[in-house]
Design a protein around this ligand. Structure first.
Ligand SMILES: [Zn+2]
Ligand SMILES: [Zn+2]
Length: 248
């Protein structure tokens, strides 16, 4: 029985440590069940320990290995079969995102307010979902098909084609607060920025900028130098506007 549970847990992306913790709890629950204090989640797990997943409509059974990382399949009766993968963020864990290639332009807006957001060109849906689950990231997409094929609770299906409106949808959905400081993260590669050294400023900024600007930040991953130019000012204005229209 515990063996079956271990398979289900590992297929849904749980770590070995988490699995053995649940295993210990199950043993404990088995001993203390009569006391009536059985965690609902464990109770549900204990009653779903079979190696097959049934179609709710026709009852046909499918092997659990078909549903790795929240994948769903089409049953012969037309119903979609699957079981949902849940991601559990710890209390102080920040919301992180994995953007589908169809919403890649929203990435820089999120990075501009310091949110850890990644994306990859030419990644399959399967790899995208697996990576997002492994890294505890929420998936952002415009692709309805992805949300039908993968039954995972960490996908936000965006509506707008416009990246700033998408940004607004995300901020609204996840109740993201406006940051105190903007541009703390590299817009190109997602790395946290640090203060630039004099040498880096001399090498990366034209003289006119060096004379007019005081604050320079540097990405030590991709060697990009940042300062508050008209471009970042425009971006920040657009972001402020987006936040203001949400909280009205
Ligand atoms: Zn069916
Ligand atoms: Zn960078």
């Amino acid at each position: 029985m515990i063996q079956g549970l271990k398979v289900i847990l590992s297929l849904s992306g749980c770590s070995i440590k988490a699995i053995s913790a649940v295993e210990q709890k199950i043993k404990f629950v088995n001993r203390t069940e009569r006391s009536g204090r059985v965690c609902r989640k464990l109770w549900l797990l204990r009653h779903n320990l079979s190696m097959a997943i049934s179609c709710v409509k026709c009852g046909r059974q499918y092997d659990v290995t078909l549903f790795q990382f929240g994948r769903t399949i089409n049953c012969a009766c037309g119903e979609r079969v699957g079981f949902e993968h849940k991601i559990n963020l710890s209390k102080d864990e920040e919301t992180k995102f994995f953007a589908d290639v169809n919403v890649a332009r929203v990435v820089r807006w999120l990075r501009a307010i310091g949110i850890d957001t990644t994306w990859e060109d030419a990644i399959s849906d399967e790899d995208l979902v697996r990576r997002a689950i492994e890294e505890n990231r929420f998936v952002l997409t415009l692709d309805k098909k992805l949300t039908e094929e993968w039954r995972v609770d960490n996908v936000l299906l965006l509506q707008s084609e416009n990246s700033l409106e998408q940004f607004q949808e995300i901020v609204e959905h996840f109740k993201i607060k406006k940051p105190k400081e903007f541009f703390t993260r590299c817009l190109v590669c997602n790395t946290f920025l640090r203060n630039a050294t004099a040498l880096e400023i001399a090498a990366g900024a034209p003289q006119r900028v060096r004379e007019n600007e005081q604050v320079f930040h540097f990405c030590s991953n991709c060697a990009k130098l940042y300062w508050q130019g008209s471009h970042t000012r425009r971006m920040q204005e657009a972001i402020e506007k987006a936040f203001n229209s949400i909280h009205k």
